[in-house]
Design a protein around this ligand. Structure first.
Ligand code: ZN
Length: 136
């Protein structure tokens, strides 16, 4: 089964994160973002915690990065929505039983050490959805 606990974050792809980052920090006043390089996804993330849902900026570190390819096609844009689930392993098992196409059949480790897995946009009507579970 799957139990959705809420929206964990919204992932936003940007060619260069400075402008958006400064806007979030200096105009909106969302302080102390956490920046991290995710090697296997070839991105730098910068996460702003609004206290009710996070905003995750994604900047590619390589021309091979999926984020680079996304921006080439669509420009700066919302890239994915991340939903918190209670148990990511049983969620993925449930989705497989429902024949939902997955990008990640097994969870990997994403930003902030969360276990994450992406659902294929073909299964959702074109929206990229990330499931995540906070490591306890
Ligand atoms: Zn994300």
């Amino acid at each position: 089964m799957i139990k959705i606990l809420g929206i964990e974050h919204i992932g936003i792809a940007v060619k260069n994160r400075d402008k958006t980052s400064n806007f979030f920090k200096n105009i909106l006043g969302i302080k102390n973002p956490i920046s991290e390089e995710i090697i296997d996804q070839k991105v730098i993330t910068e996460i702003f915690n609004t206290s009710k849902g996070k905003l995750e900026l994604l900047e590619s570190t390589s021309l091979e990065s999926p984020i680079h390819k996304f921006i080439e096609k669509r420009g700066n844009a919302i890239h994915h929505i991340a939903l918190s689930v209670e148990n990511i392993d049983s969620s993925l098992k449930y989705l497989k039983e429902k024949n939902v196409q997955l990008i990640d059949e097994i969870p990997r480790i994403g930003a902030e050490g969360f276990k994450i897995a992406f659902i294929h946009p073909k299964a959702t009507g074109g929206i990229l959805i990330e499931l995540c579970q906070k490591n306890k």
